[in-house]
Design a protein around this ligand. Sequence first.
Ligand SMILES: *Cc1c(COP(=O)(O)O)cnc(C)c1O
Length: 461
Amino acid sequence: MWRSQCLTWDVNGSRRGKGQNTSQRTMNKQHVHMVPAKQTTAEKVAAAVNARELKGVDDAFYVMDVGDVVSNHQRWQRLLPRVEPFYAVKCNSDPLLLRVLYELGTGFDCASKCEMDMVLQMGVTADKIVYANPCRQISHLQHAAKKSIGLLTFDSEAELYKVKSVYPGARLLLRIAPPENYDVMYDLSEKFGCHPGDVSGLLRTARTLGLNVVGVSFHVGSGARDPEVFAASLQRSHNVFAIAEKLGFNPDIIDIGGGFYGHKGAPLSFEKAASTLNMALDKYFPVTSNVKVIAEPGRYFASSAFTLVTSVIGKRKRLAKHRDRKNSLSEINVESETSGDNKPAFMYYMTDGVFGSFNVIIFEGTCIIPKLVKAPSSDVTFTSTLWGPTCDSLDCVRKELPLPELHIGDWLYVENMGAYTTSTASRFNGMPIPRCHYISEEKAWNSIFTENGVHISGTTS
Ligand SMILES: *Cc1c(COP(=O)(O)O)cnc(C)c1O
Protein backbone atom coordinates (compact mmCIF):
# COMPACT_ATOMS: atom_id res chain seq x y z
CA MET A 1 0.00 0.00 0.00
CA TRP A 2 1.22 3.45 -0.76
CA ARG A 3 1.04 5.15 2.53
CA SER A 4 3.07 8.05 3.65
CA GLN A 5 2.51 11.18 5.54
CA CYS A 6 1.30 13.48 2.85
CA LEU A 7 0.89 11.53 -0.29
CA THR A 8 -1.16 12.94 -3.10
CA TRP A 9 -2.59 11.89 -6.37
CA ASP A 10 -3.25 13.59 -9.60
CA VAL A 11 -5.44 11.97 -12.16
CA ASN A 12 -4.64 12.86 -15.71
CA GLY A 13 -7.76 13.76 -17.60
CA SER A 14 -10.09 13.03 -14.76
CA ARG A 15 -13.61 14.21 -15.31
CA ARG A 16 -12.79 17.37 -13.42
CA GLY A 17 -10.12 18.06 -15.98
CA LYS A 18 -7.29 19.02 -13.64
CA GLY A 19 -4.11 18.78 -15.60
CA GLN A 20 -1.46 19.93 -13.12
CA ASN A 21 0.94 17.11 -12.70
CA THR A 22 3.89 17.11 -10.38
CA SER A 23 4.03 13.34 -10.10
CA GLN A 24 7.11 11.45 -9.21
CA ARG A 25 5.38 8.19 -9.68
CA THR A 26 2.80 7.34 -12.24
CA MET A 27 0.07 4.85 -11.79
CA ASN A 28 -2.27 3.96 -14.57
CA LYS A 29 -4.98 1.51 -15.23
CA GLN A 30 -2.38 -1.26 -15.52
CA HIS A 31 -1.65 -0.89 -11.83
CA VAL A 32 -5.30 -1.47 -11.10
CA HIS A 33 -6.08 -5.03 -12.07
CA MET A 34 -9.28 -5.21 -14.08
CA VAL A 35 -11.37 -8.15 -13.00
CA PRO A 36 -14.37 -9.83 -14.63
CA ALA A 37 -17.84 -8.77 -13.51
CA LYS A 38 -19.55 -10.72 -10.73
CA GLN A 39 -16.50 -12.50 -9.33
CA THR A 40 -16.80 -13.63 -5.73
CA THR A 41 -14.38 -12.31 -3.12
CA ALA A 42 -12.79 -15.75 -2.97
CA GLU A 43 -12.13 -15.66 -6.72
CA LYS A 44 -10.75 -12.13 -6.58
CA VAL A 45 -8.43 -13.06 -3.73
CA ALA A 46 -7.27 -16.27 -5.44
CA ALA A 47 -6.39 -14.36 -8.61
CA ALA A 48 -4.48 -11.77 -6.57
CA VAL A 49 -2.56 -14.48 -4.70
CA ASN A 50 -1.58 -16.06 -8.01
CA ALA A 51 -0.31 -12.73 -9.30
CA ARG A 52 1.74 -12.14 -6.12
CA GLU A 53 3.14 -15.67 -6.05
CA LEU A 54 4.28 -15.30 -9.65
CA LYS A 55 6.31 -12.33 -8.48
CA GLY A 56 7.65 -14.31 -5.54
CA VAL A 57 6.01 -12.02 -2.97
CA ASP A 58 5.04 -13.60 0.34
CA ASP A 59 4.19 -10.42 2.28
CA ALA A 60 0.67 -9.86 3.52
CA PHE A 61 -1.27 -7.56 1.23
CA TYR A 62 -4.69 -6.03 0.75
CA VAL A 63 -7.04 -6.54 -2.15
CA MET A 64 -8.74 -3.18 -2.55
CA ASP A 65 -11.86 -3.26 -4.72
CA VAL A 66 -12.76 0.07 -6.32
CA GLY A 67 -16.21 -1.24 -7.25
CA ASP A 68 -17.07 -1.77 -3.59
CA VAL A 69 -16.49 1.92 -2.85
CA VAL A 70 -18.58 2.91 -5.85
CA SER A 71 -21.51 0.72 -4.86
CA ASN A 72 -21.39 1.86 -1.22
CA HIS A 73 -21.46 5.43 -2.46
CA GLN A 74 -24.46 4.69 -4.68
CA ARG A 75 -26.26 3.13 -1.73
CA TRP A 76 -25.52 6.19 0.40
CA GLN A 77 -27.00 8.47 -2.24
CA ARG A 78 -30.05 6.26 -2.60
CA LEU A 79 -30.77 5.85 1.12
CA LEU A 80 -29.54 9.15 2.58
CA PRO A 81 -30.14 11.59 -0.26
CA ARG A 82 -30.21 14.61 2.04
CA VAL A 83 -26.91 13.85 3.70
CA GLU A 84 -23.64 14.89 2.10
CA PRO A 85 -20.79 12.55 3.15
CA PHE A 86 -17.39 13.96 4.20
CA TYR A 87 -15.13 10.91 4.37
CA ALA A 88 -13.14 10.66 7.64
CA VAL A 89 -9.57 10.42 6.34
CA LYS A 90 -8.21 8.91 9.57
CA CYS A 91 -10.09 5.68 8.93
CA ASN A 92 -7.92 4.72 5.96
CA SER A 93 -5.92 7.22 3.92
CA ASP A 94 -5.08 4.89 1.07
CA PRO A 95 -4.46 7.23 -1.88
CA LEU A 96 -6.66 5.36 -4.34
CA LEU A 97 -9.52 5.22 -1.86
CA LEU A 98 -9.25 8.99 -1.32
CA ARG A 99 -9.01 9.54 -5.05
CA VAL A 100 -12.07 7.44 -5.83
CA LEU A 101 -14.12 9.21 -3.16
CA TYR A 102 -12.98 12.56 -4.48
CA GLU A 103 -14.04 11.62 -7.99
CA LEU A 104 -17.38 10.46 -6.60
CA GLY A 105 -17.80 13.94 -5.16
CA THR A 106 -17.59 13.37 -1.41
CA GLY A 107 -16.10 15.91 0.94
CA PHE A 108 -13.46 15.06 3.55
CA ASP A 109 -13.23 15.16 7.34
CA CYS A 110 -9.67 16.02 8.35
CA ALA A 111 -8.16 16.11 11.83
CA SER A 112 -4.63 17.42 11.24
CA LYS A 113 -2.40 19.50 9.02
CA CYS A 114 -1.20 16.40 7.22
CA GLU A 115 -4.70 15.13 6.49
CA MET A 116 -5.72 18.55 5.18
CA ASP A 117 -2.68 18.67 2.90
CA MET A 118 -3.33 15.16 1.67
CA VAL A 119 -6.75 16.06 0.34
CA LEU A 120 -5.87 19.62 -0.74
CA GLN A 121 -3.04 18.32 -2.90
CA MET A 122 -5.50 15.98 -4.56
CA GLY A 123 -7.44 19.05 -5.68
CA VAL A 124 -10.15 19.09 -3.02
CA THR A 125 -11.39 22.62 -2.41
CA ALA A 126 -11.55 24.10 1.09
CA ASP A 127 -15.35 24.16 1.10
CA LYS A 128 -15.34 20.34 0.80
CA ILE A 129 -13.37 19.90 4.02
CA VAL A 130 -14.56 19.88 7.61
CA TYR A 131 -11.80 20.20 10.18
CA ALA A 132 -13.54 18.00 12.72
CA ASN A 133 -10.97 17.60 15.47
CA PRO A 134 -12.37 19.74 18.31
CA CYS A 135 -8.98 20.17 20.03
CA ARG A 136 -6.25 21.18 17.66
CA GLN A 137 -2.68 22.30 17.69
CA ILE A 138 -2.29 26.03 17.08
CA SER A 139 0.06 25.49 14.14
CA HIS A 140 -2.50 23.18 12.52
CA LEU A 141 -5.22 25.74 13.06
CA GLN A 142 -2.98 28.39 11.50
CA HIS A 143 -2.58 26.08 8.53
CA ALA A 144 -6.35 25.73 8.21
CA ALA A 145 -6.66 29.53 8.28
CA LYS A 146 -3.98 29.88 5.59
CA LYS A 147 -5.79 27.36 3.39
CA SER A 148 -9.23 28.86 4.17
CA ILE A 149 -10.53 25.60 5.60
CA GLY A 150 -13.23 27.38 7.53
CA LEU A 151 -15.64 24.78 8.87
CA LEU A 152 -14.41 23.72 12.32
CA THR A 153 -15.86 21.83 15.25
CA PHE A 154 -15.33 22.83 18.89
CA ASP A 155 -16.51 21.62 22.29
CA SER A 156 -14.61 23.73 24.81
CA GLU A 157 -14.05 27.29 25.85
CA ALA A 158 -10.29 27.03 25.39
CA GLU A 159 -10.79 26.17 21.74
CA LEU A 160 -13.01 29.23 21.27
CA TYR A 161 -10.24 31.54 22.51
CA LYS A 162 -7.78 29.76 20.24
CA VAL A 163 -10.06 30.19 17.24
CA LYS A 164 -10.66 33.82 18.17
CA SER A 165 -6.95 34.58 18.06
CA VAL A 166 -5.96 32.42 15.08
CA TYR A 167 -8.98 32.12 12.82
CA PRO A 168 -11.80 34.46 13.93
CA GLY A 169 -13.60 34.16 10.61
CA ALA A 170 -14.08 30.40 10.93
CA ARG A 171 -17.55 28.84 10.82
CA LEU A 172 -18.05 26.77 13.92
CA LEU A 173 -19.98 23.62 14.64
CA LEU A 174 -20.59 22.89 18.32
CA ARG A 175 -19.78 19.24 18.91
CA ILE A 176 -22.19 17.82 21.42
CA ALA A 177 -21.98 14.52 23.25
CA PRO A 178 -24.47 11.90 22.11
CA PRO A 179 -26.88 10.59 24.73
CA GLU A 180 -25.35 7.72 26.68
CA ASN A 181 -26.63 4.19 27.11
CA TYR A 182 -26.78 3.28 23.45
CA ASP A 183 -24.83 0.32 22.16
CA VAL A 184 -21.74 1.37 20.20
CA MET A 185 -18.56 -0.53 19.52
CA TYR A 186 -16.20 2.38 20.12
CA ASP A 187 -17.35 5.18 22.38
CA LEU A 188 -15.93 8.66 21.75
CA SER A 189 -18.10 10.65 24.11
CA GLU A 190 -15.80 10.50 27.12
CA LYS A 191 -13.16 12.39 25.20
CA PHE A 192 -15.25 14.67 22.99
CA GLY A 193 -18.56 16.45 22.91
CA CYS A 194 -20.04 19.15 25.08
CA HIS A 195 -22.64 18.03 27.61
CA PRO A 196 -26.14 19.55 27.50
CA GLY A 197 -25.58 21.59 30.65
CA ASP A 198 -22.59 23.36 29.09
CA VAL A 199 -24.21 24.31 25.78
CA SER A 200 -25.56 27.72 26.78
CA GLY A 201 -22.36 28.81 28.45
CA LEU A 202 -20.22 27.86 25.47
CA LEU A 203 -22.53 29.50 22.98
CA ARG A 204 -22.58 32.69 25.09
CA THR A 205 -18.80 32.77 25.12
CA ALA A 206 -18.77 32.34 21.34
CA ARG A 207 -21.23 35.19 21.06
CA THR A 208 -19.18 37.45 23.33
CA LEU A 209 -16.07 36.72 21.28
CA GLY A 210 -17.94 37.59 18.11
CA LEU A 211 -17.45 34.11 16.64
CA ASN A 212 -19.76 32.56 14.10
CA VAL A 213 -21.50 29.35 15.21
CA VAL A 214 -23.20 27.85 12.16
CA GLY A 215 -24.43 24.54 13.49
CA VAL A 216 -24.04 21.41 15.54
CA SER A 217 -22.06 18.21 15.12
CA PHE A 218 -21.99 14.91 16.97
CA HIS A 219 -20.43 11.50 16.64
CA VAL A 220 -22.46 8.66 18.12
CA GLY A 221 -19.34 6.48 18.39
CA SER A 222 -17.79 4.19 15.82
CA GLY A 223 -19.87 1.17 14.98
CA ALA A 224 -23.30 2.17 16.24
CA ARG A 225 -25.45 -0.88 16.89
CA ASP A 226 -28.65 0.87 17.93
CA PRO A 227 -30.10 3.23 15.30
CA GLU A 228 -32.01 5.16 17.97
CA VAL A 229 -28.76 6.83 19.03
CA PHE A 230 -28.93 8.87 15.81
CA ALA A 231 -32.51 9.95 16.48
CA ALA A 232 -31.73 10.87 20.09
CA SER A 233 -28.66 12.85 19.01
CA LEU A 234 -30.70 14.73 16.42
CA GLN A 235 -33.23 15.63 19.07
CA ARG A 236 -30.41 17.00 21.24
CA SER A 237 -29.09 18.93 18.28
CA HIS A 238 -32.51 20.39 17.68
CA ASN A 239 -32.52 21.75 21.23
CA VAL A 240 -29.07 23.26 20.71
CA PHE A 241 -30.28 24.96 17.53
CA ALA A 242 -33.06 26.60 19.58
CA ILE A 243 -30.58 27.88 22.19
CA ALA A 244 -28.24 29.16 19.49
CA GLU A 245 -31.05 30.98 17.71
CA LYS A 246 -32.10 32.65 20.96
CA LEU A 247 -28.57 33.94 21.35
CA GLY A 248 -28.68 35.46 17.89
CA PHE A 249 -26.92 32.81 15.81
CA ASN A 250 -28.34 31.50 12.57
CA PRO A 251 -27.36 27.83 12.61
CA ASP A 252 -27.99 26.03 9.34
CA ILE A 253 -25.66 22.99 9.34
CA ILE A 254 -26.11 19.72 11.15
CA ASP A 255 -23.18 17.31 11.02
CA ILE A 256 -24.29 13.82 12.00
CA GLY A 257 -20.73 12.43 12.19
CA GLY A 258 -19.81 8.82 11.51
CA GLY A 259 -20.53 5.49 13.11
CA PHE A 260 -22.13 3.69 10.16
CA TYR A 261 -21.33 0.15 9.13
CA GLY A 262 -21.10 -0.55 5.41
CA HIS A 263 -20.36 -4.24 5.14
CA LYS A 264 -22.73 -7.15 4.74
CA GLY A 265 -23.75 -8.86 7.97
CA ALA A 266 -22.94 -5.81 10.12
CA PRO A 267 -24.43 -5.55 13.64
CA LEU A 268 -26.57 -2.66 12.35
CA SER A 269 -27.43 -2.54 8.66
CA PHE A 270 -26.99 0.72 6.82
CA GLU A 271 -30.59 0.39 5.61
CA LYS A 272 -31.87 0.40 9.19
CA ALA A 273 -29.61 3.25 10.31
CA ALA A 274 -30.63 5.31 7.28
CA SER A 275 -34.36 4.81 7.75
CA THR A 276 -34.19 5.82 11.44
CA LEU A 277 -32.07 8.82 10.50
CA ASN A 278 -34.39 9.95 7.73
CA MET A 279 -37.38 9.84 10.05
CA ALA A 280 -35.54 11.81 12.73
CA LEU A 281 -34.30 14.34 10.17
CA ASP A 282 -37.85 14.86 8.92
CA LYS A 283 -38.96 15.44 12.48
CA TYR A 284 -36.21 17.71 13.79
CA PHE A 285 -34.68 19.21 10.66
CA PRO A 286 -37.27 18.96 7.88
CA VAL A 287 -36.36 19.97 4.35
CA THR A 288 -38.31 23.20 4.86
CA SER A 289 -35.89 24.22 7.63
CA ASN A 290 -33.20 24.66 4.95
CA VAL A 291 -30.65 23.07 7.24
CA LYS A 292 -27.76 21.49 5.37
CA VAL A 293 -27.03 17.95 6.56
CA ILE A 294 -23.53 16.53 6.36
CA ALA A 295 -21.93 13.37 7.78
CA GLU A 296 -18.41 12.09 8.42
CA PRO A 297 -18.48 8.38 7.54
CA GLY A 298 -15.17 6.51 7.77
CA ARG A 299 -15.79 2.82 8.37
CA TYR A 300 -18.79 2.86 6.02
CA PHE A 301 -16.64 3.50 2.96
CA ALA A 302 -13.39 1.82 3.98
CA SER A 303 -14.23 -1.45 5.66
CA SER A 304 -15.56 -3.76 2.96
CA ALA A 305 -13.38 -2.38 0.16
CA PHE A 306 -10.29 -4.00 1.68
CA THR A 307 -9.65 -7.71 2.11
CA LEU A 308 -6.48 -8.66 3.96
CA VAL A 309 -4.53 -11.60 2.57
CA THR A 310 -1.79 -13.12 4.70
CA SER A 311 0.36 -16.22 4.39
CA VAL A 312 1.39 -18.91 6.83
CA ILE A 313 5.13 -18.66 7.48
CA GLY A 314 5.49 -20.91 10.52
CA LYS A 315 3.81 -23.91 12.06
CA ARG A 316 4.12 -25.80 15.32
CA LYS A 317 2.31 -28.66 16.86
CA ARG A 318 1.06 -27.53 20.20
CA LEU A 319 1.80 -29.51 23.33
CA ALA A 320 -1.36 -29.77 25.36
CA LYS A 321 0.54 -29.70 28.66
CA HIS A 322 2.49 -26.65 27.59
CA ARG A 323 -0.71 -24.75 27.30
CA ASP A 324 -1.03 -24.75 31.04
CA ARG A 325 1.91 -22.88 32.52
CA LYS A 326 1.29 -24.34 35.95
CA ASN A 327 2.25 -27.79 34.76
CA SER A 328 5.83 -28.66 35.43
CA LEU A 329 8.07 -30.12 32.78
CA SER A 330 7.95 -33.54 34.39
CA GLU A 331 4.30 -33.74 33.58
CA ILE A 332 4.89 -33.32 29.88
CA ASN A 333 3.89 -36.37 28.03
CA VAL A 334 4.33 -36.53 24.30
CA GLU A 335 1.22 -38.64 24.07
CA SER A 336 -0.76 -35.67 25.26
CA GLU A 337 0.30 -33.54 22.31
CA THR A 338 -3.34 -33.37 21.43
CA SER A 339 -6.34 -31.12 21.65
CA GLY A 340 -9.13 -32.25 23.94
CA ASP A 341 -10.58 -34.61 21.38
CA ASN A 342 -7.35 -36.51 20.96
CA LYS A 343 -6.23 -34.70 17.82
CA PRO A 344 -3.10 -32.54 17.61
CA ALA A 345 -3.50 -28.80 18.10
CA PHE A 346 -1.60 -26.43 15.83
CA MET A 347 -0.06 -23.01 16.04
CA TYR A 348 0.50 -20.99 12.88
CA TYR A 349 2.56 -17.85 12.38
CA MET A 350 1.41 -15.37 9.74
CA THR A 351 2.77 -12.33 7.93
CA ASP A 352 0.47 -9.83 9.63
CA GLY A 353 -0.48 -9.51 13.26
CA VAL A 354 -1.68 -7.41 16.14
CA PHE A 355 1.06 -4.80 15.68
CA GLY A 356 -0.03 -4.44 12.04
CA SER A 357 -3.51 -4.65 10.56
CA PHE A 358 -4.88 -6.81 13.34
CA ASN A 359 -4.52 -4.01 15.88
CA VAL A 360 -8.32 -3.86 15.49
CA ILE A 361 -8.37 -6.87 17.83
CA ILE A 362 -6.90 -4.71 20.60
CA PHE A 363 -8.71 -1.44 19.81
CA GLU A 364 -12.10 -2.73 18.79
CA GLY A 365 -12.23 -6.29 20.08
CA THR A 366 -12.79 -7.54 16.56
CA CYS A 367 -13.10 -11.29 16.23
CA ILE A 368 -11.06 -12.33 13.22
CA ILE A 369 -12.68 -14.85 10.89
CA PRO A 370 -10.05 -16.06 8.44
CA LYS A 371 -10.92 -17.98 5.29
CA LEU A 372 -8.70 -20.25 3.24
CA VAL A 373 -7.71 -19.18 -0.26
CA LYS A 374 -7.30 -22.78 -1.47
CA ALA A 375 -9.69 -25.53 -0.46
CA PRO A 376 -8.06 -27.82 2.13
CA SER A 377 -7.16 -31.40 1.20
CA SER A 378 -9.24 -32.64 4.12
CA ASP A 379 -12.18 -31.22 6.02
CA VAL A 380 -10.94 -32.53 9.36
CA THR A 381 -10.35 -29.58 11.66
CA PHE A 382 -7.92 -29.07 14.53
CA THR A 383 -7.84 -26.56 17.33
CA SER A 384 -5.60 -23.84 15.95
CA THR A 385 -3.99 -20.61 17.12
CA LEU A 386 -2.98 -17.85 14.72
CA TRP A 387 0.00 -15.69 15.64
CA GLY A 388 1.40 -12.54 14.05
CA PRO A 389 4.99 -12.31 12.78
CA THR A 390 6.61 -10.30 15.60
CA CYS A 391 8.55 -11.66 18.58
CA ASP A 392 5.95 -10.45 21.07
CA SER A 393 3.64 -12.99 22.67
CA LEU A 394 0.85 -10.41 22.74
CA ASP A 395 0.84 -10.79 18.96
CA CYS A 396 -1.96 -13.36 18.87
CA VAL A 397 -4.62 -13.00 16.21
CA ARG A 398 -6.97 -15.82 17.13
CA LYS A 399 -7.05 -18.65 19.63
CA GLU A 400 -8.96 -21.90 19.78
CA LEU A 401 -10.11 -21.75 16.20
CA PRO A 402 -11.12 -24.94 14.39
CA LEU A 403 -9.19 -25.05 11.10
CA PRO A 404 -8.16 -27.74 8.63
CA GLU A 405 -4.44 -28.46 8.79
CA LEU A 406 -2.51 -25.63 7.13
CA HIS A 407 0.94 -25.70 5.58
CA ILE A 408 3.74 -23.19 5.17
CA GLY A 409 2.92 -21.00 2.18
CA ASP A 410 -0.85 -21.34 2.51
CA TRP A 411 -2.79 -18.10 2.24
CA LEU A 412 -5.65 -16.91 4.43
CA TYR A 413 -7.88 -13.93 3.85
CA VAL A 414 -10.01 -11.76 6.11
CA GLU A 415 -12.80 -9.62 4.74
CA ASN A 416 -13.88 -6.13 5.84
CA MET A 417 -10.42 -5.08 6.98
CA GLY A 418 -10.30 -1.53 5.57
CA ALA A 419 -11.28 0.45 8.66
CA TYR A 420 -8.68 1.49 11.27
CA THR A 421 -6.23 -1.23 10.26
CA THR A 422 -3.34 0.18 8.21
CA SER A 423 -4.01 3.67 9.56
CA THR A 424 -3.11 2.56 13.06
CA ALA A 425 -0.61 -0.20 12.20
CA SER A 426 3.01 -0.04 13.33
CA ARG A 427 6.20 -1.41 11.83
CA PHE A 428 7.20 -3.14 15.08
CA ASN A 429 10.06 -5.62 14.56
CA GLY A 430 10.52 -4.19 11.07
CA MET A 431 7.44 -5.93 9.75
CA PRO A 432 6.07 -4.11 6.72
CA ILE A 433 2.59 -2.64 6.59
CA PRO A 434 0.72 -4.53 3.86
CA ARG A 435 0.62 -2.99 0.43
CA CYS A 436 -2.46 -2.85 -1.76
CA HIS A 437 -3.37 -4.91 -4.77
CA TYR A 438 -5.95 -2.72 -6.48
CA ILE A 439 -8.75 -4.30 -8.47
CA SER A 440 -11.80 -2.99 -10.26
CA GLU A 441 -14.42 -4.07 -12.68
CA GLU A 442 -14.12 -2.09 -15.92
CA LYS A 443 -17.57 -0.65 -15.44
CA ALA A 444 -16.85 0.76 -11.99
CA TRP A 445 -13.51 2.14 -13.11
CA ASN A 446 -14.94 3.80 -16.19
CA SER A 447 -17.72 5.35 -14.15
CA ILE A 448 -15.08 7.31 -12.25
CA PHE A 449 -12.07 7.85 -14.46
CA THR A 450 -12.41 8.96 -18.04
CA GLU A 451 -8.74 8.36 -18.87
CA ASN A 452 -6.41 5.54 -18.01
CA GLY A 453 -3.67 7.58 -16.44
CA VAL A 454 -3.61 8.08 -12.71
CA HIS A 455 -0.61 9.84 -11.29
CA ILE A 456 0.61 9.61 -7.75
CA SER A 457 3.03 12.16 -6.47
CA GLY A 458 4.90 12.30 -3.24
CA THR A 459 7.03 9.76 -1.45
CA THR A 460 5.74 6.26 -1.38
CA SER A 461 6.79 3.36 0.69
C1 LIG B 1 -13.33 8.80 13.59
C2 LIG B 1 -14.26 9.89 13.28
C3 LIG B 1 -15.19 9.74 12.23
C4 LIG B 1 -15.39 8.45 11.47
O1 LIG B 1 -16.05 7.53 12.24
P1 LIG B 1 -16.56 6.12 11.63
O2 LIG B 1 -17.09 5.41 12.81
O3 LIG B 1 -15.39 5.47 11.01
O4 LIG B 1 -17.61 6.42 10.63
C5 LIG B 1 -15.97 10.83 11.93
N1 LIG B 1 -15.88 11.99 12.61
C6 LIG B 1 -15.00 12.16 13.62
C7 LIG B 1 -14.93 13.47 14.30
C8 LIG B 1 -14.19 11.12 14.00
O5 LIG B 1 -13.33 11.28 15.02
